[in-house]
Design a protein around this ligand. Structure first.
Ligand SMILES: NC(=O)c1ccc[n+]([C@@H]2O[C@H](COP(=O)([O-])OP(=O)(O)OC[C@H]3O[C@@H](n4cnc5c(N)ncnc54)[C@H](OP(=O)(O)O)[C@@H]3O)[C@@H](O)[C@H]2O)c1
Length: 340
């Protein structure tokens, strides 16, 4: 006996990837339904070699469904997630709505799988922000060995993190540069994204940081260890899929770069590509469609006592969203619901 699964936001970037990954990983599904807004009623989406016809979320009854993987943004989640949870269907949510609530687990299965037991308090589990997810996969095994004191991270985030409209804006604006009369003004982004970089993701906070940067700070503490200090600068770059991060880590104890490389090679979810030669590292285009978080450029930071630098790249629609949600579903099934 398998699970009855709802994918909510099935026409979006993350929802489509959820369907792909559930099929790729042969998740034990008895029945699956694709849900989106009324606008998309009847839209066809792929689930492995099958085609699903999208249904209207507003008219859907979650009674008897085991899990709902949500990817519809905070406002709509606020309305529909409590309805699903109350009907007995466990919500695994990709929005930021529930991440910081103490009675809702925020999970990256490679880092804090035991937190899944807490799902039953609200019948909701939160998925972290894309830039946090890939970073904590790299931090956790190093923290277990040498205890991290402080992290300085700069991100290079692809436009798919902003949804399908953001991808369209990069595509059309880039084309428009070459076709007179087809110029595209900034709309989804605050400035031109084609051939540019923008040091601003999500809204500004009172202290001058952005919400995206704040999320990396707070979520790392909740998932890995509240004692870790994080300072982040989050930047949008004209890449379609794949987030990159330059991460500087200060440890309590000395950690040699070779030992760090060995630890990361053994760690779950990580692929180390680190040769000190031309092309001996990973770039975003190479990580698209992959499950792994890729780590390159591992090297000592000689300006502090116990420091390391590394480069971290992952498919933001996969480890940063859909894959992590499916891994949570697998964990929940294995540890708690026990079907399949
Ligand atoms: N992209 C990433 O890297 C990433 C990473 C982590 C988390 N997330 C989060 O995942 C969520 C989805 O992101 P995305 O990139 O997939 O966005 P997207 O490509 O813009 O897709 C949004 C999806 O939500 C549906 N939707 C919107 N409003 C709805 C409503 N009122 N009722 C029912 N369905 C509604 C849309 O359906 P229609 O087609 O019918 O409009 C569509 O399926 C967001 O919360 C985002 O913050 C994204």
């Amino acid at each position: 006996m398998g699970y009855r699964i709802a994918v909510v936001g099935a026409t979006g970037n993350v929802g489509r990837e959820m369907l792909n990954i559930l099929a790729e990983r042969e998740f034990p599904v008895d029945e699956i339904v694709a849900l989106a807004s009324r606008r998309s009623l009847g839209t066809e989406v792929s689930f492995g070699d099958k085609t699903l016809t999208t249904k209207d979320l507003d008219a859907f009854d979650f009674t008897g469904w085991d899990m709902a993987l949500f990817a519809i943004g905070s406002d709509a989640t606020k309305k529909y997630a409590p309805i699903a949870a109350k009907a007995g269907c466990v919500v695994i949510d990709n929005s930021s709505l529930y991440r910081y609530e103490p009675d809702i687990p925020l999970i990256v299965p490679e880092c804090n799988p035991d937190a899944v037991e807490g799902y039953s308090k609200r019948n909701i589990i939160a998925n972290p922000n894309c830039s946090t997810a890939q970073m904590v996969v790299a931090l956790k095994p190093l923290h277990d060995r040498a205890k991290i004191k402080r992290v300085v991270v700069s991100t290079y985030q692809s436009v798919s993190g902003g949804g399908k409209d953001a991808m369209d804006e990069l595509w059309l604006q880039t084309k428009g540069m070459y076709v007179p009369g087809q110029e595209v003004e900034a709309n989804k982004f605050t400035k031109q994204i084609a051939f540019n970089v923008i040091p601003h993701i999500d809204k500004f906070m009172e202290d001058g940081s952005t919400k995206e940067e704040w999320k990396m700070v707070v979520e790392t503490k909740k998932i890995v260890d509240p004692s870790i200090k994080v300072t982040a600068t989050c930047v949008r770059v004209p890449v379609f899929v794949g987030h990159s991060e330059s991460i500087n880590i200060e440890f309590e104890e000395f950690l040699d770069e070779d030992e760090a490389r060995d630890i990361l090679r053994e760690a779950p979810g990580i692929l180390v590509v680190d040769k000190r030669e031309d092309g001996g590292y990973t770039t975003p285009v190479e990580c698209v469609g992959d499950f792994a978080t890729f780590i390159s450029r591992i090297r000592q930071d000689s300006t502090i006592e116990n420091g390391l630098n590394l480069w971290c790249v992952s498919d933001n629609l996969r480890k940063g969203a859909a894959l992590n949600a499916v891994q949570i579903a697998e964990l929940l099934g294995r540890r708690c619901l026990k079907k399949g």
